[in-house]
Design a binder for this molecule. Structure first.
Ligand code: INI
Length: 159
């Protein structure tokens, strides 16, 4: 039996944080949380690129372009969609999530998912450095762990 676990270690690895500007008060806190997590886990700041897009809808398209460069060990995506009075929210949440999942599987790259989908601005604030932590940080930790895991699994293939 072999067991594999990744650890959140960014040393010598490259990451991109893809962030949407819509609800910027929230997404800038998520992006800061993500970058803080990457640097505190050994990633050099010059090995982190930050890419801004207008809104959550655009996140998967930027993620695909970045993944296609093969420059990064993983991506961290952050955004905030907040429910309004129309079905707009549901379309954006569903398609953005699906698009990010497809980008990850099509390009075989881990993507930390830091997209908030909230009913209220208050819920978003609680998850962007408030009482429920910072989901940008959490997404970066997942990306760090998964990039480490992928390398371990690649090593196992070679062994
Ligand atoms: N984009 C978001 O990131 N969050 C939202 O809450 C949001 N709302 O509510 O409309 C939103 N809309 C913009 C959308 O993501 C696109 O940027 C826009 O439609 C242009 O393509």
């Amino acid at each position: 039996m072999a067991e594999f676990n990744g650890v959140p270690n960014g040393e010598g690895r490259r990451y991109a944080v893809v962030a949407s500007r819509f609800n910027n008060n929230i997404t800038s806190a998520l992006a800061d949380g993500a970058m803080d997590a990457l640097v505190r886990h050994g990633c050099a700041s010059e090995d982190i690129d930050v890419v801004w897009v207008p809104g959550a809808w655009e996140l998967p398209f930027a993620a695909r372009r970045l993944a296609a460069t093969e420059r990064y060990n993983a991506l961290v995506v952050v955004g905030a969609v907040i429910r309004g009075g129309t079905p707009h929210f549901d379309y954006i949440c569903t398609e953005t999530s699906r698009g990010l999942s497809l980008a990850s599987s099509d390009y075989d790259i881990p993507i930390g998912f830091g997209l908030l989908t909230c009913d209220t601005m208050e819920q978003a604030e609680e998850r962007a450095g408030g009482e429920h932590g910072n989901k940008g940080w959490d997404a970066a930790i997942a990306a760090l762990e998964m990039s480490d895991l992928f390398e371990r699994l690649d090593g196992a293939d070679e062994g």
